[in-house]
Design a protein around this ligand. Structure first.
Ligand code: FE2
Length: 194
């Protein structure tokens, strides 16, 4: 990947990113329930939804820049509304491979929860709604949860060499669950954490 100035075009409502003039092609990643089947607590609900057609959970539009220090990765995430049992649709979540790297989210649409967790398991939850800029300090795993009725759209910026570690969370899970509670949400301890 060459170093040259370029721009990308962000649709604030849809959350899609596309390449501007002279820009590298934007990469799109799609995650369905079948990709995250073990991440949800209610496995009977997972099986029911998979039998009905494997719903779309989220998409990521990533602008490819070199995976090196000094660079800035940037992407959008679009998380669909919905529940698996009582648990809202969410992203897989990850630590950065370079643990000492932070990240910024800007919420453009919808409402949700940004779950964060230290390696020792201490968890934090911040609300996201349009205009909220969330700071994810270094050494925190992060997961986005859509608690609303429309797509949750986030714009994200993080260091070029951060990398993604999904495996640690896949093994241990998150200490907190975000569950539907009437028209709102509640946080609950994850009985199978660790
Ligand atoms: Fe990240």
């Amino acid at each position: 990947l060459a170093r040259f100035p370029f721009d990308s075009l962000l649709d604030f409502k849809a959350g899609t990113l596309r390449a501007g003039a002279a820009a590298p092609e934007v990469q799109k990643v799609t995650r369905r329930l079948s990709d995250l089947r073990d991440a949800f607590r209610d496995q009977a609900a997972v099986e029911r939804l998979l039998a009905e057609g494997d719903p779309l959970l989220y998409e990521v539009y990533n602008v490819p820049v070199p995976e090196e220090g000094g660079e800035l990765q940037h992407c959008t995430s679009i998380i669909q509304p919905g529940v698996v049992g009582e648990e809202f649709f969410m992203t897989a979540g990850h630590f950065h491979t370079q643990l000492a790297t932070a990240e910024i989210y800007l919420c453009l649409r919808g409402q949700g929860i940004l779950l964060m967790q230290e390696q020792a398991g201490n968890a934090t939850a911040l609300e996201m709604y349009p205009g909220v800029v969330s700071y994810i300090p270094p050494e925190r795993a992060h997961r986005s949860v859509n608690t609303g009725m429309e797509p949750l759209v986030l714009f994200c910026v993080y260091p070029g060499d951060a990398g993604h570690d999904y495996g640690t969370l896949r093994k241990k899970g998150f200490a907190r669950l975000v569950l539907r509670d009437g028209a709102g949400y509640r946080l609950a301890s994850n009985p199978s954490y660790g």
